[in-house]
Design a protein around this ligand. Structure first.
Ligand SMILES: Nc1ncnc2c1ncn2[C@@H]1O[C@H](COP(=O)(O)OP(=O)(O)OP(=O)(O)O)[C@@H](O)[C@H]1O
Length: 579
């Protein structure tokens, strides 16, 4: 299974580092286990009056050496272990991010950003934390237990006594078997509720402007409150069960200690054991309680981590919807015609097609206009050309090659797409425009911004092209954002340019200027232009009118006006509106 490999591969690649960390922590516990037996011997010598000042010094130094040795070794082992955990966390996040970048728009439209953030933050941290703790605590408990057994076996302490003292501790595995799966399912519910809360917070923050303008903060608070309540309920249910589990462990430890003291005290009085042996066993039982308690914690966090790991597994197993065929080839965009044959397309899980029986051919260098009512399928057509969604095979050809057989990188390099809502990143305006190639000279960035008629606005900004945008900087107006996004598309100078309603938010004068610039810079290159305003596309070599996913009219501006159909009435309406 791919997902399981997320952790497995990491441990495999770092096995020697883990061996080193485990060995150092193990050695620390071996040293630690010497403490009770030394104290026991000291007690016996003290009781037999055989202890000289030199002997006391000797024992003092020995115990000091044990404490120091344990501290240094344990600290060093811990450091190595946690360092490995943190490196895993960092690498896992890189791997997940890389995986996300390969997933299609469909995946992101189905899964909220909050959920993905929860994968990246909560789940990865949960796995890291529990792996690091599990290694630390399991190593400590196992080695300590083993060395205590070896030490006791080599001593003259009666076996029956040891067995009776340890007996209550043997119930721990049974408790683990009982509580484990229950804790696991509750912790999964906590993680899911956390993801839902992050999702909700993300959406509420994203829509905060709308919320405020509609003065519906209370509704937003209530919606968010519900997700928080859900986390609280799920967390409390988890805490109830894990607290019960954790409290049972020290109780069992306490019972062992009582048996040790009562039975051991009696054996000592009978002379079956020396006082030193009694002290040593008491200290050993005391010493064992903590690691056994820790094992309980490990089981708890492991349950949580395995739910997280399961979610990460499933995520990494998702195959990107858009796959490149094995023998995909690059295209020569500059000479590439676009041909669409009988294209009918339905979005995944949608009831009816968004495009039906679309057929058209665009020669290299042509300018094509697409107009139509909202929801008529204009954007969908562009997304299919880019393979943001997959068109059926045999329906879209670029340069005579089915888009399924074109290398995705080549397809997207040869097409520049300016979407309706151009997202601007929290960086400088220069980097936002030179997004496709950040190495481009400032002169190229300036040129593109002139073409998009945004140059003048940028020169008025405090730091001109170096002005920071977004969260850490300035907010541009809708029209400025749109033109910045247009400049980003133009600077790519791709053989095919797709403009999705890219001048809708500018005034008529600026629109005219942009269209004039476009005609100049795009001469000889293919441009597909979606617009609601006829003024933006009347110059096109051909215009397609879409309605409910079908081409209902096509031709030049003049031809369409002569048809006297939808286009003509739209034109009349818009002309009237202007005059
Ligand atoms: N991701 C999606 N999943 C399901 N249906 C979708 C998706 N995106 C768009 N649609 C549907 O497909 C149809 C066409 O949408 P599209 O965005 O292509 O229209 P459009 O002509 O570009 O509209 P507008 O002018 O408003 O931008 C609409 O009915 C829309 O609801």
């Amino acid at each position: 299974m791919r997902g399981k490999r997320l952790l497995f591969d990491y441990v495999k690649a770092n096995w020697y580092r883990y061996v080193l960390a485990v060995s150092i922590m193990g050695a620390a516990q071996v040293i630690h286990s010497l403490f009770p037996i030394v104290v026991g011997n000291f007690t016996d010598e003290l009781e037999m009056n055989g202890l000289t000042a030199q002997g006391v010094r000797h024992y003092g130094l020995l115990l000091l050496a044990i404490g120091a040795g344990y501290g240094v070794m344990f600290g060093f082992g811990q450091y190595n272990n946690h360092k490995l955990g943190r490196t895993f966390e960092y690498q896992a996040r890189q791997q997940l991010f890389e995986h996300f970048t390969r997933l299609s728009e469909w995946y992101f439209s189905k899964n909220g950003i909050g959920k993905l953030l929860s994968f990246m933050l909560n789940d990865v941290s949960s796995v890291r934390e529990s792996i690091a703790n599990a290694i630390n605590q399991l190593t400590s408990a196992a080695v300590l237990l083993a060395s205590i057994i070896v030490i006791l076996a080599g001593s003259e302490i009666p076996w029956t006594f040891i067995m009776v003292c340890v007996l209550p501790l043997l119930s721990i595995p049974f408790m683990v078997v009982y509580f484990g799966p229950r804790i696991r399912s509750r912790s999964r519910r906590v993680q899911e509720a956390l993801a839902a809360m992050t999702d909700s917070a993300e959406e509420q923050f994203g829509g905060i402007r709308v919320t405020k303008t509609f003065a519906v903060e209370e509704i937003a608070r209530q919606r968010f409150g519900k997700t928080v309540d859900q986390i609280r309920d799920n967390h409390l249910s988890l805490v109830r069960l894990s607290s019960m589990f954790q409290s049972l462990l020290p109780m069992v430890g306490g019972l062992s200690l009582v048996i040790t003291i009562v039975y051991g005290g009696w054996l000592t009085l009978q002379g079956a054991m020396t006082t030193g042996m009694f002290v040593a066993v008491t200290l050993y039982i005391r010493m064992l309680v903590h690691p056994l308690q820790q094992i309980g914690n490990v089981i708890n966090t492991m349950q949580r981590a395995s739910a997280s790991l399961e979610r990460l597994n499933q995520l990494l197993e998702i195959r990107p919807d858009i796959q490149e065929s094995a023998d995909a080839v690059p295209i020569v965009g500059a000479q590439a015609s676009i041909e669409i044959r009988d294209l009918t397309f339905t979005y995944p899980e949608a009831g009816k097609p968004s495009l039906s029986d679309i057929s058209l051919t665009i020669q290299p260098g042509e300018t094509i206009g697409i107009v139509g009512k909202t929801g008529s399928g204009k954007t969908t057509l562009l997304k299919l050309l880019l393979r943001v969604y997959d068109p059926p095979r045999g329906t879209i050809f670029i340069g005579g090659i089915d888009v399924h057989d074109i290398k995705l990188e080549s397809l997207r390099k040869n097409i520049a797409y300016v979407p309706q809502e151009g997202f601007l990143f929290s960086t400088t305006i220069r980097e936002n425009i030179a997004f496709s190639n950040r190495q481009l000279d400032l002169s190229r960035v300036e040129e593109a911004s002139r073409q998009a008629e945004i140059f003048g606005n940028i020169m008025e900004l405090p730091d001109r092209f170096e002005t920071m945008l977004g969260e850490r900087g300035l907010t541009l107006s809708g029209g400025q954002r749109q033109r910045t996004s247009l400049a980003r598309g133009l600077i790519k100078d791709a053989p095919i340019l797709l403009l999705d309603d890219s001048v809708s938010a500018v005034d008529a004068v600026t629109e005219t200027k942009i269209i004039r610039n476009l005609r100049k810079v795009r001469a000889g290159k293919t441009t597909i232009l979606i617009a609601h305003r006829i003024s933006a596309l009347r110059h096109a070599d051909r215009i397609y009118v879409l309605d409910e996913g079908r081409i209902i009219e096509q031709g030049t501006h003049e031809q369409l006006l002569r048809l006297g159909g939808y286009y003509t009435s739209l034109y009349a309406l818009q002309e009237e509106g202007i005059s």
